[in-house]
Design a protein around this ligand. Structure first.
Ligand code: ATP
Length: 283
């Protein structure tokens, strides 16, 4: 049996962390949504061999148990005592280690696909709960729809769909290690966000009001090391973005645009400056 799944990238419309838990991990307070930049997975379930194999068309990614898609398949296979083998092929379109949750979305796609293929009958909420052990962004990616995400990442509360605004996503040519950025957070110096006001605006359908409340408290932390991020944001704003912001721990920056023509102008303006630029829409 062969199953296909789409794994969309996520962006953080807002990102805050009120505290660090005793386990050292951040407590999150984020509003996330997904964009139509996606990886595509085919998941084959077979009787022989009874092992898990991962293939990707990206030279940068591990194909073994370090791949989050492998971890997702392994977790469901052992937990639900499935003897069958699984072969996963990933067509990788989402930039890696970019703050776009590509690995998490691949893992979530494997969970959704195997849940169908093995007829496990798990709800998205049940899959999301199981998935936290893989990575903090996987529970959100199981849903891949606009949501408020709290706790370690496991509390995912769906929000109304956002307008299908145009988005330009640009990844500067730098690699940012999420654990390194998280270790550098000084909670005493962090300026916090009013995510409740953002959510209220989204629930009232006031998109302009919502955009005014979007922010990412980790921007100054990542920008300290990588000034390219601030430059990209300034360039997007100058070219007419309604809002420009870093996603996750970076380094990807996104611009929200009211019109396709504005998005095109930003896309064209950035292409000579940054080699990974995408013009997409909010899903
Ligand atoms: P995070 O913020 O969770 O670190 P990210 O969006 O910044 O995520 P990813 O593209 O998910 O970045 O990659 C993070 C790390 O996960 C990389 O070091 C990468 O090698 C590893 N990884 C494992 N499996 C995958 C996968 N299927 N796709 C992308 N990265 C993967």
């Amino acid at each position: 049996m062969v199953i296909t799944e789409k794994a969309p990238a996520k962006i953080n419309l807002s990102l805050d962390t009120p505290m660090r838990y005793l386990d050292g991990l951040p407590k999150w307070d984020m509003v996330m949504t997904s964009i139509d930049l996606a990886d595509y997975l085919t998941i084959e379930i077979h009787d022989h061999p009874q092992t898990i194999k991962v293939y990707t068309d990206s030279g940068f990614l591990p194909n073994d148990q370090r791949n989050l898609a492998y971890q997702a398949a392994h977790m469901l296979k052992t937990r639900f005592h499935q003897a069958a083998g699984v072969t996963i092929r990933i067509q990788k379109n989402i930039p890696v280690a970019a703050g776009l949750g590509g690995g998490s979305s691949d893992a979530a796609a494997v969970l959704r696909g195997l849940n169908r293929g093995w007829k496990l009958g798990l709800s998205l909420a049940e899959l999301a709960k199981l998935s936290l052990s893989i990575d903090s962004d996987v529970p959100y990616c199981v849903y891949s729809r606009t949501a408020h995400v709290t706790g370690h990442g496991e509390v995912v509360t769906p929000l109304p769909a956002v307008p299908h605004d145009w988005v330009v996503v640009a990844k500067p040519k730098i690699s940012v290690s999420t654990p390194t950025i998280l270790r550098q957070i000084n909670y005493e110096q962090l300026a916090h966000l009013d995510n409740q006001a953002l959510i209220a605006a989204m629930e009232a359908g006031d998109w302009q009001g919502a955009v005014a409340k979007m922010d990412n408290v980790l921007e100054p932390v990542t920008e300290r090391q990588y000034p390219q991020i601030a430059h990209l944001k300034a360039k997007m704003t100058k070219l007419g973005a309604a809002h420009a912001q870093m996603s996750g721990t970076g380094p990807t920056v996104f611009a929200l645009c009211k019109s396709e023509s504005r998005a095109k102008r930003i896309y064209n303006g950035l292409r000579g400056f940054c080699n990974e630029v995408y013009q997409v829409v909010l899903l």
